[in-house]
Design a binder for this molecule. Structure first.
Ligand SMILES: [Ca+2]
Length: 79
């Protein structure tokens, strides 16, 4: 991912149907081996149901998944 501003990027990944079971919206496939930030996902149902990519300086300057609200507006990528 190239994102020079290091802003969060929304993904098409959510666990709206089943808490804790993250699924890609486009394919409907369950996501495996998600590279979560340490401590994530930690959202409660309805609140932390959509996954975004966050740039983490703490974790080696890498992009990691974090859960958050689905209505927040960010840059968007599908997969
Ligand atoms: Ca959730």
């Amino acid at each position: 991912v190239v994102n020079s501003a290091f802003t969060d990027v929304m993904t098409g990944l959510n666990d709206r149907n089943e808490e804790g079971e993250y699924v890609w919206v486009e394919s409907g496939e369950k996501a495996k081996n998600i590279n979560w930030l340490k401590g994530d996902p930690n959202g409660s149902p309805g609140d932390g149901d959509c996954a975004r990519l966050k740039f983490s300086a703490r974790e080696g300057n890498t992009w990691k998944f974090a859960d958050g609200g689905c209505r927040d507006r960010y840059n968007f990528i599908c997969e």
